[in-house]
Write a protein that binds this ligand. Structure first.
Ligand code: GLA
Length: 656
C-alpha cells in the first residue's frame, strides 16, 4: 500500500516536474511560410492580408494569420504536453466568412471549434497532447467555400518536453519520368479518326513524331482536301457525306511509317475525345491574347501537336462588357483581334475554342449569350472558331426549376444556332452533370458534357471525380464524351498567380491513366510556356493517349474494388484490353484526410484474375507508361502499385 502510494506520489511529482520543465514552441516562431493556405500566404504575427491580428474587435500581438483551407502538421514524438491558442475569423475578413478550426492528433480529432463567423470573439483551445506523435492544425471553410475565410491561430503554442517538435515535411515527392522518348524514325500517332461536316472547312494535322524534316504523302484523300506534305496539315472542304479511309505515309532521313486514317464526313464531330488546352485552370479570368498565343506556340515548339494535342480553348474572361450597336458580342481589350488570333492558330494546324453561357452572364460575370444565340454563333463562325464551351451558370435565373426540358432547352437553341453557321463547332456542354446530362447530352447536340463540378489540383478532388464516373461511362460513344473536367497537371492556379499542381507525381500518373480509360476529353489546364520535363513526358505517351483516343469508345468498367484499390478495364478496338491498377487507399477520412500521417506508404500488390476481367487463356502484357513488354501472362495479373499511383497494362491475346 505504502509502496503504491509512493509510486503514485512519484508519478505525479515526475509528471509535474516534466510540465514544469516543459518548453514552448510558439507557432509564430516556426517557418510559417510552410503552412498550407487556401489563399495568400500564412504570416507570423499578422493576418493573411498583412494587418495586425484582430478577432472580435480585440487586437492580438502574436499568432499566425492564415486562410481556409489552412493546415500544418507537426511531429511531436510523443513528447508534447499540450496545445494552447485562441482561434477565430480575423476582422479583416468579408462579412460572409465562416470557418472551423480542428486540432488533430494521430488522425483523431482532439478538439474542434464549431463554426466561427466574422465578429465572433476568439475561442480558447487547450488540448492535451499526451502520447501523440503527430499534431495537425486545420482550418476548414466550414462547408461553404473558402471565400473571405481569413483565420487566425492567436497566441498559439505547443508545450513539450525533450525533442523539439518539427514541422512534418509536406513532402513534395520527386517527379519521375517513366516514358522513353519517341524514336527518331517517323511514328504516326493518335487520333487516327476524325469527323468532318460536309460543306464546312476541314482542318486536321496528322500527329507524327520523328526527326525533322518529315515528308508526308496520302492516298485516297477525299475530293476537296489538300495535304501540305511538309507539315502533314490537311485542309479544304468535303462537300458530300461519306466515310473515307486515307493511307498516310511519312518518311524522314532514318525511316518511314504508314497508317490508315479515317475521315468520316457526316453529322458527327469529335470522333475521339477532344485533346487540347484550355485557359481556365491556369489563367482564370486573367486570360489574354498573348497567353493564348503562348499556349499555341508551346503546343508546337514542345512537340505536343505531334501527339494529337489540337485545341487551344479560351475560357471565360474574353468578353467585352457590352454588345456593339448591332447587338454583336465583342472581345474585350485583352483580345485585340480574334480573327487574327484564329488565323494564327489555324496556320499551325491547331484549332481554337471559345466560351459562353446561355444566361445573361457567364460564371465569371462577363456577358453571356442569352437572347443573342444565333448572332453570337455567327460572330464566332466569322472569327473562325472551332469549339464552344457553353456554361450554364446564370441561366438558373431563366428557369423555374430543373425539369429535363428546362435543362435541355438552352443547349437546343445553341446547337441549332451553331449548325446554321458556316463552320463546324465541337459543342461542349458545361452544366456540372445536372439531370444526369450523360443520358441526354447527345440528344441536344453535345459532343461532350461536364459530369461534375469544377476540379482542383488535389487528390481529394481529382480522385473524387475520377473514381465516380462509372454510372456515366456507358454513355460514351464516338462523338459523345463524358467530361470529368480539365487536367490539373503542371503549373495551375486559376490566374493570375500560378503554382505547381499539388498532385504528387504518382497522383498525376493516376489522373492521366484514369482520364484515358474513361475516354475523357483531355484539356491541359496549365501554363504551357512553363511545361517541365515531367509534365511534358506525362502528356506525350502515345500508347496511353491511344487508350484515350481509341475509336471504339468502349466504356471503362470496374473489374474489382475494395477500400484500398480499384482495377478498371477498357476494351480496345483491336481486341486488346487495357487494365488500370490503382492503389487508392485514403490515408484517413474526415478532417484527418487533409494530412499525410505517415512519411511513406509501401507499394501494394494488386491482383486481378481473368475471371474478373472476362478473359481466358494467354496474353502478352505491356506496361504502357514504360512502353515495355512484360511477357506472357495467364489466369491473373499482379501489379505492384505505389500509393495513389497506378499501373496501366495492355493485354493482347496470344495469336495461335
Ligand atoms: C465554371 C466552369 C469552369 C469555368 C468557369 C468560368 O465554373 O465550370 O470550368 O469555365 O465557370 O467562369
Amino acid at each position: 500500500m505504502n509502496r503504491k502510494l509512493f509510486s503514485l506520489f512519484f508519478l505525479v511529482f515526475s509528471f509535474n516536474s516534466l510540465i514544469i520543465n516543459a518548453q514552448t514552441l510558439w507557432l509564430d516562431e516556426t517557418q510559417v511560410s510552410r503552412f498550407e493556405s487556401g489563399w495568400g500566404q500564412t504570416k507570423a504575427n499578422l493576418s493573411v492580408d498583412g494587418n495586425n491580428l484582430k478577432v472580435g474587435g480585440r487586437l492580438y500581438k502574436r499568432g499566425v494569420g492564415t486562410h481556409a483551407t489552412g493546415k500544418v502538421l507537426f511531429k511531436v514524438f510523443g513528447n508534447a504536453v499540450s496545445f494552447n491558442a485562441l482561434v477565430g475569423v480575423d476582422d479583416e475578413a468579408g462579412d460572409t466568412a465562416s470557418v472551423e478550426f480542428f486540432v488533430l492528433g494521430d488522425t483523431k480529432v482532439l478538439w474542434k471549434s464549431g463554426v466561427l463567423k466574422k465578429g465572433d470573439s476568439a475561442r480558447r483551445v487547450n488540448v492535451s497532447l499526451k502520447g501523440i506523435e503527430r499534431v495537425g492544425l486545420l482550418v476548414t471553410d466550414a462547408g461553404d467555400g473558402i471565400d473571405y475565410d481569413h483565420a487566425d491561430w492567436l497566441e498559439a503554442r505547443i508545450e513539450y518536453t525533450g525533442k523539439t517538435p518539427e514541422m512534418a515535411r509536406i513532402k513534395a515527392p520527386k517527379p519521375y519520368i517513366l516514358t522513353p522518348p519517341a524514336p527518331d524514325r517517323p511514328r504516326i500517332n493518335y487520333p487516327r479518326v476524325t469527323g468532318a461536316s460536309p460543306g464546312k472547312p476541314f482542318l486536321f494535322r496528322i500527329p507524327v513524331t520523328g526527326k525533322q524534316p518529315l515528308t508526308f504523302s496520302v492516298t485516297n484523300l477525299p475530293q476537296g482536301l489538300t495535304l501540305d506534305n511538309q507539315t502533314g496539315i490537311i485542309t479544304g472542304v468535303i462537300e458530300k457525306p461519306g466515310n473515307f479511309t486515307v493511307l498516310v505515309k511519312v518518311t524522314n532521313a532514318v525511316g518511314k511509317d504508314s497508317a490508315a486514317f479515317r475521315i468520316n464526313t457526316g453529322p458527327l464531330l469529335a470522333l475521339s475525345p477532344p485533346m487540347g488546352w484550355n485557359s481556365w485552370n491556369c489563367w482564370g479570368l486573367s486570360v489574354d491574347q498573348d497567353k493564348v498565343k503562348a499556349a499555341a506556340n508551346a503546343m508546337i515548339s514542345k512537340g505536343l501537336v505531334n501527339h494529337g494535342w489540337t485545341y487551344i480553348n479560351i475560357d471565360d474572361g474574353w468578353e467585352a462588357p457590352a454588345r456593339n450597336a448591332s447587338g454583336e458580342i465583342m472581345a474585350n481589350g485583352k483580345f485585340p483581334d480574334m480573327k487574327d488570333l484564329a488565323n494564327f492558330i489555324h496556320q499551325n494546324g491547331l484549332k481554337i475554342g471559345i466560351y459562353s453561357s446561355p444566361g445573361e452572364k457567364t460564371c465569371g460575370g462577363f456577358l453571356g449569350s442569352f437572347g443573342h444565340e444565333s448572332q453570337d454563333a455567327r460572330t464566332w463562325s466569322d472569327w473562325g472558331i472551332d469549339y464552344l464551351k457553353y456554361d450554364w451558370c446564370s441561366y438558373s435565373d431563366k428557369v423555374k426549376g430543373r425539369s429535363l426540358l428546362e435543362l435541355k432547352n438552352p443547349y437546343y437553341i445553341m446547337r441549332d444556332a451553331l449548325l446554321k453557321t458556316n463552320r463546324a463547332f465541337v459543342f461542349s456542354l458545361c452544366q456540372y452533370g445536372m439531370g444526369n446530362v450523360w443520358e441526354w447530352g447527345a440528344s441536344v447536340g453535345g459532343n461532350c458534357w461536364r459530369t461534375t463540378g469544377d476540379i482542383s489540383d488535389n487528390w481529394k478532388s481529382m480522385a473524387g471525380i475520377g473514381f465516380s464516373q462509372l454510372a456515366a461511362a456507358p454513355f460514351t460513344s464516338p462523338g459523345h464524351w463524358n467530361d470529368p473536367d480539365m487536367l490539373v497537371v503542371g503549373k495551375v492556379g486559376w490566374g493570375p498567380g500560378l503554382h505547381q499542381t499539388q498532385l504528387t507525381p504518382d497522383e498525376q500518373y493516376t489522373h492521366i491513366s484514369l482520364w484515358s480509360l474513361l475516354s475523357a476529353p483531355l484539356l491541359i489546364g496549365c501554363d504551357m510556356s512553363q511545361l517541365d520535363d515531367f509534365t511534358l513526358n506525362l502528356l506525350t505517351n502515345d500508347e496511353v493517349i491511344a487508350v484515350n483516343q481509341d475509336p471504339r469508345a468502349a466504356p471503362a468498367k470496374r473489374a474489382s474494388y475494395d477500400n484500398e484499390n480499384e482495377v478498371y478495364v477498357k476494351d480496345m478496338e483491336d481486341g486488346t484490353k487495357v487494365v488500370g491498377f490503382f492503389f487508392t487507399r485514403p490515408d484517413a477520412s474526415g478532417p484527418a484526410a487533409e494530412f499525410q500521417w505517415v512519411d511513406e506508404v509501401k507499394p501494394q500488390k494488386i491482383t486481378v484474375s481473368w475471371a474478373q476481367l472476362g478473359l481466358e487463356g494467354e496474353y502478352k502484357a505491356r506496361d504502357l507508361w514504360r512502353q515495355k513488354d512484360l511477357g506472357v501472362v495467364y489466369e491473373k495479373f499482379v501489379a505492384e502499385v505505389p500509393w495513389h499511383g497506378c499501373m496501366l497494362i495492355r493485354l493482347s491475346p496470344l495469336k495461335k
